[in-house]
Design a protein around this ligand. Sequence first.
Ligand code: ZN
Length: 145
Amino acid sequence: MSVSRQQADWLAPLIADCRPHGARRWDIPGIHAAIARVNQRQLVEVIRAFTRGAEDRTAHTPSVVVTNPTYWREPALEQLATRAQYCRTHSTALKAGVCPSCRADQIGADGPATTARPSRGLPRDQVAAIVGELRDHAHHTPETQ
Ligand SMILES: [Zn+2]
């Protein structure tokens, strides 16, 4: 069964509501237009792909669901287990279980420019470079609230 206009009318607001808190909103006409491009596919496939896409905060528009095959594949169990986790404070993706923004805050609070930390053995300029990189990353993450 393909997707009827009426089914798309029902689906679009639900998919819009699936966007995670703090993620860029998807407007209903945009979702409608994206569904129209794949309306010959099975209804169940379309629902799965769009809910998967809506759950992905890096998917800024509903049209990426149409073009990205990732959303149309059934995820393997191991992929579900390792799905990216997000910081509750910054909404940024965790890197190896650590939020880059929290880490930048922590290093900043420790004052790497004024405090010598001989036990860690990292040269001061290297620490400053890491802090700068993390701050830069935090500033360029579009999903921050
Ligand atoms: Zn954080």
